[in-house]
Design a protein around this ligand. Structure first.
Ligand code: PMP
Length: 385
């Protein structure tokens, strides 16, 4: 028979099924906190003004769509560098444009597997559900540790330190740079300043996933963890996504950066891996980001709109927390996501009885709440408790 006959059906993405259920729900006050995209106070995921302006400019000004190369838009990566890293010795930095943060994670994982087959990666749980299959598909071995206790809503810092101390030199540790998905539980600056040198002391290789810079405490504040890691460690991988902070989701805009004394050798491997995967990344989204960051006016507009998005997320967190002490922990968490301590039964009742939609894990996208939906959400959660 055909090779393809050996395949078995795979489960659908449960979050995509939730989108369908929500769309088909006729109830007027229905609330969608499932999908992981930013929404404004009107419930829309808008195209940012700076993005529209950059697209208009590109439409008018772009002279060719000829190939760039496996590194993608080099100016894009160059302009992103100070935003992510602040001041950095560029001779120790290499990087390529990738199809989204996902492409950056995958390219980084393949680089690690190429360096040493079966490399172990410490991953704090719960984490973004795609981290594990992505790393495993690249041939890496996942070593889980507990990042966050959902029932008590506490970050397990001691368990993180214990996992680092128990690791073998040469292991990799995956870290969420900011706005942890799905828990919103980020390390404090003090904790980063303990973690970063300990990782170096233990001979581990940090891999920072920075997918939400600017949506937590601000562009610079959200990069302090990454910068502490870079300050203390000789080698660092960074998977960067522009899909959330530029609202470019479907354009798939990201970059993989590697800090190392061997940057030239690493860059040659990144180019070889990129060629074997997608040859070259899609251009349009990165061209938009490059156009914005090359223009002081568009950069100012982007920063202001991003800050307004961040402040709206903060106001939803504060608004919900003020309505019910049981939601008070929302203000200790950062970014779009938190994970509520709800049973599958409670999550189903919230959906079926109260028309409040969230992931089956209890993850909520707080940006899914318009201001007028906050009381309804708080009342629904109180009703199922
Ligand atoms: N890392 C994390 C933690 C994420 O939440 C996401 C997106 N959900 C990504 C990476 C991938 O982002 P992108 O859409 O740019 O591939």
């Amino acid at each position: 028979g055909s090779v393809l006959d050996g395949l078995t059906a795979q489960p659908a993405d449960p979050l995509l099924a939730l989108i369908g259920l929500f769309r088909d729900d006729p109830r007027p006050g229905k609330i969608d906190m499932g999908v992981g995209v930013y929404r404004d106070a009107g419930g829309k995921t808008p195209v940012m003004a700076a993005v529209k302006a950059a697209e208009a400019f590109l439409l008018k000004d772009q002279q060719t769509k000829s190939y760039l190369g496996p590194e993608g838009d080099a100016r894009f990566a160059e302009l992103l560098t100070p935003i992510a890293f602040g001041e950095i010795d560029r001779t120790r930095l290499c990087g390529v444009q990738t199809p989204g943060g996902t492409g950056a994670l995958r390219l980084g994982a393949e680089l690690l597997a190429r360096g040493r087959a079966g490399t172990r990666v410490l991953v704090g749980t719960p984490t973004w559900p795609n981290h594990v299959p992505l790393m495993e598909a690249a041939g890496l071995q996942i070593v889980p540790f507990k990042h966050f206790d959902v029932a008590t809503q506490t970050l397990r810092f001691e368990e993180t330190l214990a996992a680092i101390k128990a690791a073998t030199p040469g292991d990799v540790i995956l870290l969420h740079g900011c706005c942890h998905n799905p828990t919103g539980a980020d390390y404090t600056v003090e904790q980063w300043n303990i973690l970063a040198p300990l990782i170096a002391e233990r001979g581990l290789l940090p891999f920072v996933d920075l997918a939400y810079q600017g949506l937590g405490n601000g562009l610079d504040a959200d990069a302090l963890g990454l910068r502490a890691v870079v300050a203390h460690n000789p080698q660092v991988l960074v998977a960067y996504s522009c899909d959330k902070n530029f609202g470019l989701y479907r354009e798939r805009v990201g970059a993989l950066f590697v800090v190392s004394d061997t940057a030239a050798v690493i860059q040659s491997n990144l180019l070889a891996l990129a060629r074997a995967n997608w040859s070259m990344p899609p251009d349009h989204g990165a061209a938009i980001v490059r156009t914005i960051l090359d223009s002081p006016e568009l950069t100012a507009s982007w920063r202001a709109e991003l800050d307004a998005m961040r402040l709206r997320i903060l106001s939803v967190r504060e608004g919900a927390a003020a309505l019910d002490p049981a939601l008070a922990t929302l203000t200790q968490q950062t970014g779009m996501f938190s994970m509520l301590p709800l049973s599958p039964e409670q999550i189903r009742t919230l959906r079926e009885v109260h028309a409040v939609y969230m992931a089956g894990s209890g993850r909520i996208n707080v940006a899914g709440l318009t201001p007028d939906a906050i009381p309804a959400f708080a009342a629904a959660v109180a009703a199922v408790r």
